[in-house]
Design a protein around this ligand. Structure first.
Ligand code: GLN
Length: 445
């Protein structure tokens, strides 16, 4: 069982920050009893699910991977978590992550790095690295991750999983500790496409507590096997970047050949603005983060520095001691980008790039049903390789950020190996095209 696997493997992987064994056991017992009484069970009844520690859980410590939230016990469940429970899922624990979801390798966690289950000397990807490692290692059947610029898709690709970043607004963000509110989305990380569809169905839909959540019929499981004959697929050439590892590119090309042999009409296409997406993201995301992270002041939650002489010093010291380097870097970049005199030069320009990305995608979807490319330019790298080089770290997200800026759904599906490690193919469609991209991913399984 999942709890047994966690007990045997968590020391080596460091994928869970909190294991909810007591809660999980009583939830599992409740499901068994309901089953014995012949009650109708939810679609995920008894399934062990791991939850990224950026989603609040009632009565269970939630840290967002940050020392500043050490010991914070939320009084309520995030909507996505609540819906999982309603579907009968058993929440086995909270997974490790890059602090406040800022990172691509999980090495920015305030509680130590997560190790890749296939090779402990490598990273699992980030920022949902604990969730990815947990599913890949059999510590849970499925996991929730969050994706702001690739944090669901990148670790899933590195660990050989299926994962989907839904359309912005598909899943409620209520109870998700905010990084960049206009980009953040919750989504499933699973071993296959059917599981991803089932989990996404369970967590989707309007929530009165999140004004950006939308109502749209969420049926992703029916018709998954309908096939992709005649599907118009565009290969985005800008996603095959200069620094891409050749073996990864070759694996992705083989995946695309498979789409052709399954009857899809495949053609190359160009979205020139994708080249500027990474740079624009690194203005927009830190700008929003600098504002969102202002609430961690030592007063409201978690850590409070004990040695301060007055309130101002208490706040400064709590933030100094509680936040890690990457988080401080983002707060500084964001504050700078938003300051008077620089706003037009950076924030405004970045928003314009964002609009161009959206328009180019809209135009592309007049000719194509879905677009494809790699999920990442590389395979899981060695622990320590990129920690001292933020730009090299940021480059891991080069293929996942455009979809985040546009708010469109994107799925990653394992397509083969490069150097013995998993490679993901990314399939993305217009807003609310989850059923279609899931079907295309299913055809490749
Ligand atoms: N790796 C990207 C970053 O550091 C994306 C993170 C995410 O999607 N949460 O911002």
């Amino acid at each position: 069982d999942a709890l047994g696997v966690i007990e045997r493997t968590n020391k080596a992987l460091n994928s869970f920050l909190t294991v909810s064994d007591v809660q999980a056991m009583s939830a599992a017992k409740a499901v068994d009893e309901a089953r014995a009484r012949g009650e109708k069970l939810g679609p995920m009844a008894g399934i062990p699910v791991a939850v990224k520690d950026v989603l609040v859980t009632k009565g269970v410590t939630t840290t967002a991977g940050s020392r500043i939230l050490e010991g914070f016990v939320p009084p309520y469940d995030a909507t996505a978590v609540q819906r999982l429970r309603q579907a009968g899922a058993i929440i086995v624990g909270k997974t490790n992550m890059d602090e406040f979801a800022m990172g691509s390798s999980n090495e920015n966690s305030g509680f130590g790095a997560v190790h890749h289950p296939w090779d402990l000397s490598r990273v699992p990807g980030g920022s949902s690295g604990g969730s990815a490692a947990a599913v890949a290692a059999g510590q849970a059947v499925a996991a929730l991750g969050t994706d702001t610029g690739g944090s669901i898709r990148l670790p899933a690709a590195f660990c050989g999983l299926v994962a989907i970043k839904p359309t912005y607004g598909r899943v409620s963000r209520y109870g998700l500790i905010a990084f960049a509110s206009s980009l953040d989305q919750v989504g499933p990380m699973t071993r296959d496409v059917t599981d991803a569809a089932t989990l996404l169905e369970a967590i989707s839909g309007h929530d009165p507590a999140d004004a950006t959540s939308l109502e749209d019929p969420a049926d992703f499981t029916t018709g998954l096997d309908r096939g992709i004959k005649g599907l118009r697929v565009g290969i985005v050439k800008e996603l095959f970047t200069e620094g891409m590892e050749p073996e990864v590119a070759a694996a992705v090309r083989r995946g695309i050949d498979q789409l052709v042999s399954l009857g899809a009409q495949v053609e190359e296409c160009s979205l020139p603005s994708f080249k500027y997406a990474l740079a624009a993201y690194h203005v927009i995301a830190p700008a929003e983060a600098s504002s969102n992270l202002a609430r961690f002041d030592g007063v409201r939650y978690g850590l409070r520095s004990p040695d301060a002489r007055d309130v101002t010093e208490m706040m400064m010291r709590s933030r100094e001691e509680g936040f890690g380097d990457e988080v401080k870097r983002r707060i500084m970049v964001g504050t700078y980008a938003l300051s008077a005199g620089y706003y037009d030069a950076y924030y405004d320009k970045a928003q314009r790039v964002r609009t161009v990305v959206i328009r180019e995608l809209e135009a592309a979807y007049e000719n194509f049903d879905v677009l494809v490319g790699p999920t990442a330019p590389c395979v899981a790298f060695k622990l320590g390789d990129r920690v001292n080089d933020p730009v090299a770290m940021y480059l891991a997200d080069i293929a996942t950020i455009p979809m985040s800026l546009a708010g469109i759904p994107a799925i990653t599906v394992p397509i083969g190996l490069a150097d013995g490690l998993p490679v993901g193919l990314q399939i993305f469609g217009p807003h609310f095209s989850e059923a279609q991209i899931l079907r295309a991913a299913f055809a490749l399984e």
